[in-house]
Write a protein that binds this ligand. Structure first.
Ligand code: B1M
Length: 212
């Protein structure tokens, strides 16, 4: 098995120490850091997302895989920056106003990073005006709104409305969270909806035009 295949395997299995060592080995073998990300880490996290979507693995396995990816990325990131390689797409994500749940939102953020998005996480209880200001500051192609309470779903609608009213262009809005549905997303004029963190990657890639 090649070093990149072993690295993929260690990320999928959540073996953080191995992932870091294998990322170092790949660098020592002279592989460009961008190739290590594109040919090993991104496919590994895509496979993790797929298995999560199919209920073959659950939140804990996903979190350890994410930690392994982070270890490898920490080693690669300075080299990527030095080589002028930065993620092609930027996404903002946050849990909407009034809502403090962040476990699902964090998983979506991790999976987006695994798909090579730069992710700016605004945290929880984020008012519409803060999303709008962050869009102006970061110019993302994608904004993700998460809510876990039926009582905070209206805050998703208000945030979508505020983003549209701000005149922001070139930004797609994806919504999600346990009480949110495709029907609700359609009703409030969101561009996309995903039921879980694995699907959130597929949907994100379509929304930014990176996949059909
Ligand atoms: Co709360 N809570 N909680 N809670 N809590 C729920 C959601 C609840 C269903 C429990 C229940 O009553 N059975 C209920 C909501 C009922 C409702 O509105 N229908 C509830 C309630 C009522 C409350 C409080 C009001 C309780 C109280 O104080 N009386 C309070 C509200 C606080 C607030 O937000 N203002 C509250 C507080 C809390 C804690 C702080 C204690 C804690 C949150 C800790 C944290 O997040 N850091 C908590 C927790 C942990 C839960 C449960 C147990 C678990 C939620 C979770 O993390 N799930 C939950 C009951 C349950 O679900 N069994 C519950 C795991 C997570 C991976 O799933 O977040 O659904 P989920 O994310 C998924 C998808 O939804 C999707 O992808 C994720 C991964 O697959 N997804 C997106 C999420 N965001 C997405 C965004 C996308 C796309 C997909 O695009 C942008």
């Amino acid at each position: 098995m090649t070093t990149l295949e072993l690295l993929s395997q260690s990320v999928g299995a959540g073996k953080a120490k191995d992932a870091k060592a294998l990322a170092q080995r790949a660098l020592d073998e002279g592989l460009p850091p961008g190739d290590i990300v594109d040919r090993s880490l991104v496919p590994a996290m895509a496979a993790v997302g797929e298995r999560f979507k199919n209920n073959e693995i659950f939140v804990p396995e996903m979190l350890v895989a994410a930690r392994a990816m982070k270890e490898a990325m920490a080693l690669l990131e300075p080299r990527l920056i030095a080589a002028g390689i930065t993620p092609k797409y930027t996404a903002l994500i946050g849990t909407v106003q009034g809502d403090l749940h962040d476990i699902g939102k964090n998983l979506v953020a991790i999976m987006w990073k695994g798909a090579n998005f730069k992710v700016v996480d605004l945290g929880t209880n984020v008012p519409p005006a803060k999303f709008v200001a962050a869009i102006q500051e970061h110019r993302p192609q994608l904004v993700g709104l998460s809510a876990l309470l039926t009582t905070t779903m209206p805050a998703i609608a208000e945030t979508v409305k505020a983003i549209r009213a701000s005149g922001a262009t070139g930004v797609k809005v994806m919504v999600g969270g346990a009480p949110v549905t495709q029907q609700y997303a359609d009703e409030i004029g969101a561009d996309g909806y995903a039921a879980d963190a694995g699907s959130a990657v597929d949907r994100a890639l379509v929304l930014v035009g990176a996949a059909a």
